[in-house]
Structure formats: C-alpha cells, structure tokens
Design a protein around this ligand. Structure first.
Ligand SMILES: Cc1cc2nc3c(=O)[nH]c(=O)nc-3n(C[C@H](O)[C@H](O)[C@H](O)COP(=O)(O)OP(=O)(O)OC[C@H]3O[C@@H](n4cnc5c(N)ncnc54)[C@H](O)[C@@H]3O)c2cc1C
Length: 381
C-alpha cells in the first residue's frame, strides 16, 4: 500500500487549497513545494488580488465563482480572519470593447447585480477616477460590481495551508519535485531526499507547470509582470474613504488596481503585456518601460495619484493559448488531476479550484461544469 493517498505538487494558490480539501476528506496528503511557505517566487504574492463575479472573460466562470465565494466565506470563518474585502469594483472601457460587453453578458446570463454608469457619473462619484483622456466619453461606459473587491493573497494561501495541516496533511516546503511517473498502482514522485509513492497526484505547479507537464503536448508561456505601490498625492484614494478597486480597458492595454490601503499605498498593474521568460527566476529585474506605461496610465485615468513610487514586485502569469485555465484529469493517467495555466486571472478561483482538484483526483469528475477548462482543447499531440 502506498504511504500517501494523494501527493500535491505545488503549495501556492491552487495547491494549498487542494491540499486542504483532500485532507478534509480524510486523505493521507503529502504536499510538496520547492520554495518556503508563502514565498514571492511564483504567482501568489503581492498583498492583494481582485475578486469579481461578472466575468468578462467568459460567463462559464460565473458558477465557479459563486461556489468560490461560498468557499472564501467558509475559509474566513474557519480561520477567523478577514480575507475578502468588499470594496466594490469599477470597470471602465469602450462600449464596443471587450470588458464592458463581457461584464454585461455574464451579468445578464447569471442575474448578477451590477450598476451601469457614464464616465462623467464615475468622475462625480470618485473624483480620483476622473479619466481626463477618454477622448470620446460617449463611447465609453462604466459598470460597478458592488459584491467585488480584493483577497489578501498571502493570507489566503496561509489559511489553506494551516487548515490542511489541522486536517493532518503533511506539508513539506523547500523540497522540489524532480520527476513524477505514473505507475500501475498510482504515482511515484522523486525528490532529492528520496522517492514518495501515492495512489493519486495533484499537479499545481503555477509558472513551473510547463516543466511538470512536459510531454502532455500543451503550450504554456510564462510572462513576467510587475505590481507597483504609489503614495497618492491627493486625497480620496483610500479604502477608508470608499475608493474601490478599478479595471480600465484603454487603447494602451488593460490596467487595474486597488484603493490605497494603510501604509502600503495604492497598488496598480498592467494586465496586458508582460515579458516572456523561459524559466521562472527571481529576483525580478526592474522594467523602466513597464513603469513608464503605468505612470502614463495613472496620469490619464487616476490623475491625483502622482509618481511617488513606494514599492514594486515582480510576479508570473502562466498563459494558455486561449487564456482559459487547465483544470482536468490527466488524459493518460486518471489518477492525476491538473490545475495549471491560470493565465493571470486565477487567484480568485483558488478556493473552488482546490475543491475541484480534490474531486477530480478522488472521484475522477467534479460537481461543477469545467468543460471550458479541459486539456483536450489545447493538446497538440
Ligand atoms: C502581478 C499579478 C497580479 C495578479 N492579479 C490577479 C487578480 O487581481 N485576481 C486574480 O484572480 N488573479 C490574479 N493574478 C493571477 C493569480 O495570482 C494566479 O493565477 C495564481 O496565483 C496562480 O496560482 P498557482 O497555484 O497556479 O501558482 P503559484 O501560487 O505560483 O503556486 C505554484 C507552486 O508550485 C510550486 N512548484 C512548482 N514546481 C514545483 C516542483 N517541481 N516541486 C515542488 N514545488 C513546485 C511553486 O514553488 C509554487 O509554490 C495575478 C498574478 C500576478 C502575477
């Protein structure tokens, strides 16, 4: 008999949640991560992640988010901590663009509460969001989703890890997995400290998924991205003043950010673009060109923030060709579940992806509809 029921490779956003759900179902779980607990080398760091339900990327994500919201709430209760701050989210862009029509479509299909506003109404409500350079304001529109906001990203990962341990999971950090192999009885996982055997495996390797899934015939590209914290030069940007999270579709790309939070300042980042990297490494070099795009954006869309940069941090997006996730059982090995390619928008889902990974690994199927996220659509072999 294998020592472990399930091994989880990767204890970041998705893997920490998977380890928790598996342990909560009574499995003997071994979680392995190459880095230390809640580290800054992958994709799940930088204090905050936007969470929203009126999903412009595709309406099929909405039922997953509904379950995700329930699970975040249960997690908050279980660890007695505020993980989800409901600041609301303002999304602004061209009426004929991608974001506004996508939000409206998801909201209509799933009966989600959103408010539609003109650009002028947004500027009236939040003067700090007065978009000076929206050339033809009539062509632009805003939507407000009140039941949106941000997750405290590191606290969420830590909460899942802690609950996994409380449910008797064994979590080993700084123990990289060098290889894994399916066997007639389960899986064999090789590390520098020896080999581990389990009946089942969850692979949640974030930006290292390409290496862990080599041979599967899917193309994952890794992009280096930056997040910046500015000290606003004018008032009105603070979370305590009711300033919301924001997302703009602009001619220069998509940008987003958060209200100013305590001493951290206002975090802002570019969702578009990014520098392709072969192998994820850190620390990240600085990128003056990216920072200058950010400051042009701030000047145009959040004119009172200014240029007083307090901190910056690099991070990785792991992109699939269609920017939808991979959440599935391995096509050749049904004892292996895969969560990968979260394409820069996956953190808000990690609570539900943990539950789904657990179901896929143990039951071979999930109670939620993940047909959009199947591996088969991307396989080139
Ligand atoms: C700047 C930035 C902003 C973002 N903003 C948002 C947002 O606002 N909202 C949102 O929903 N999403 C957002 N995202 C995306 C989201 O953060 C990611 O999709 C999510 O965190 C990915 O989680 P993961 O578990 O796949 O990867 P990670 O959290 O990186 O976890 C992967 C783990 O696997 C481990 N690992 C890999 N290979 C091995 C191995 N061989 N052996 C052992 N361990 C291994 C790694 O060490 C790592 O801990 C953002 C991402 C970035 C970079």
């Amino acid at each position: 008999m294998a020592k472990w029921d399930v091994i989880v490779i990767g204890l970041g956003g998705a893997g920490s949640a998977a380890a928790y759900h598996l342990a909560a179902r009574g499995c003997r779980v071994l979680g392995l991560d190459q880095h230390h607990r809640v580290h800054t080398h992958g994709s799940s760091h930088g204090k905050t992640r936007i969470i929203r339900q009126a999903y412009f990327e595709h309406p099929s994500y909405v039922p997953l988010l509904r379950r995700g919201y329930e699970l975040w709430s249960e997690l908050e209760q279980a660890v007695d901590e505020d993980l989800f701050q409901r600041t609301g989210l303002v999304e602004l862009g061209p009426k004929e663009g991608v974001v506004i029509p996508g939000v409206l479509r998801s909201a209509a299909e799933h009966g989600l509460a959103i408010e539609e506003l003109s650009v002028a109404e947004v500027a009236h409500r939040w003067p700090g969001l007065a978009a000076r350079e929206v050339h033809s304001q009539a062509q632009w529109q805003a939507v407000i989703e009140k039941d949106a906001g941000y997750l405290r990203v590191e606290a969420c990962v830590e909460a899942h890890l802690r609950l996994a341990e409380q449910a008797a999971a064994t979590l080993q950090h700084e123990r990289p997995v060098r290889h894994w192999r399916a066997t007639p009885y389960g899986v064999k996982v090789t590390t520098d400290d020896g080999v581990e055997h389990a009946e089942r495996l969850v692979i949640a390797g974030g930006p290292w998924s390409g290496q862990l899934l080599a041979g599967l015939g899917i193309r994952l590209s890794v992009l280096r991205k930056y997040q910046y914290w500015y000290a606003p030069q004018q008032t009105g940007y603070d979370q305590r003043d009711g300033f919301p999270c924001f997302f703009h579709e602009t001619p220069a790309g998509n940008f987003y950010g958060f209200p100013s939070i305590g001493q951290d300042g206002l975090k802002v980042a570019r969702h578009s673009g990014g520098t392709p990297v072969e192998t994820p490494t850190s620390p990240h070099p600085t990128d003056g060109a990216d920072q200058s795009l950010i400051e042009d954006y701030l000047k145009a869309f959040l004119p009172g923030v200014g240029k007083h940069l307090q901190a910056q941090s690099g991070c990785y997006y792991t992109m699939t060709p269609d920017e939808h996730f991979i959440v599935d059982v391995h096509p050749d090995h049904p004892q292996i579940a895969i969560v990968a390619g979260l394409s820069g928008h996956g953190f808000k889902f990690t609570s539900v992806l943990g539950e789904i990974a657990c179901q896929l690994a143990l039951d071979g199927e999930t109670t939620l509809d993940t047909s959009l996220l199947r591996i088969e659509r991307l396989r080139q072999v």
